[in-house]
Design a protein around this ligand. Sequence first.
Ligand SMILES: Cc1cc2nc3c(=O)[nH]c(=O)nc-3n(C[C@H](O)[C@H](O)[C@H](O)COP(=O)(O)OP(=O)(O)OC[C@H]3O[C@@H](n4cnc5c(N)ncnc54)[C@H](O)[C@@H]3O)c2cc1C
Length: 301
Amino acid sequence: MTARQQTSWQGELLHHEMMAKHTSWRGGGPADNYYKPVDLDDLCIFLAELPAGEPLLWLGLGSNLLVRDGGLRGTVISTSGLLNNISLQNETELYVEAGVSCAKVARFAARQNLTGVEFLAGIPGTMGGALAMNAGAFGGETWTNVKNVTTLSPSGERQSHARDDFNIAYRSVKGPADEWFVAATLSLTQGDVDAGQIRIKQLLAKRAELQPTKQASCGSVFRNPVGDYAARLIEAAGLKGTCIGGACVSEKHANFIINTGDATAADIEALIEKVAFTVEQQHGVVLQREVHIIGEAGVMA
Ligand SMILES: Cc1cc2nc3c(=O)[nH]c(=O)nc-3n(C[C@H](O)[C@H](O)[C@H](O)COP(=O)(O)OP(=O)(O)OC[C@H]3O[C@@H](n4cnc5c(N)ncnc54)[C@H](O)[C@@H]3O)c2cc1C
């Protein structure tokens, strides 16, 4: 898988691509291979030509990923900027491809007088990432609005699935193994265009007030335990402002870990472990991570 002329795919294949360029934490070592397809058909051809068993990572905007400093073996499939169609199917349904940003989904729906996805406005990921994570905020969750999805298998075959083919819970989605999301149909309700825009503005303002949105982070590191908030437990454990290397627990929102500039993935991971350990010692609560940690440990190459 080296020279384009030996293959029938047309996208861009990069080697030794630093994942720090593609994650909102701005950390992480190199991916062996990083593929930017031209379109879905091109991606299917590329996948069909990969060696059997090639490890694959589908990447949206990297806003929920910590890639370790030793990087990723196998191939990263970049969807952001590709799979970028969004359209109105009928009065209340939207067709959204996986690479569309969450912010665009919220704004597009509001412009069509559709309500239900305003909460997506401040989530800095793609629709694919939101489907994989059941991303949510301010009482809204992605899968509440999903009618059906289209997925792709590792060999590039498209499948259709109804919502009921998946087990959905808080920040958890379990469905057909080894398939990735390429599109979803969202079923929304009719609203009012001005009310939608106002709601989006309010939610963005609330986010800016409560979260360090201008600093490099992955949003909330831990899921909220039942009946409590991870941020409350972390703050009560006296961990706000605690740093390891260039990684610090945010002073603004205790469930955010900030890369202050030169944090390695190892700094961030060590701080995540320290926070979880301290909260368990002090409160007896085992925090579950929301962010995905992947790749090999090691020094930055
Ligand atoms: C400042 C900030 C605020 C945030 N606020 C919120 C919030 O309010 N609520 C919330 O839920 N999250 C929040 N997040 C986290 C993050 O934005 C969401 O989890 C988002 O849904 C991740 O989307 P992404 O495209 O960046 O996914 P990535 O980080 O690229 O990927 C995340 C996971 O999804 C998988 N994935 C990505 N695309 C696909 C696909 N097409 N098919 C299958 N799997 C796929 C990846 O392999 C990976 O395992 C926040 C993050 C930041 C930085």
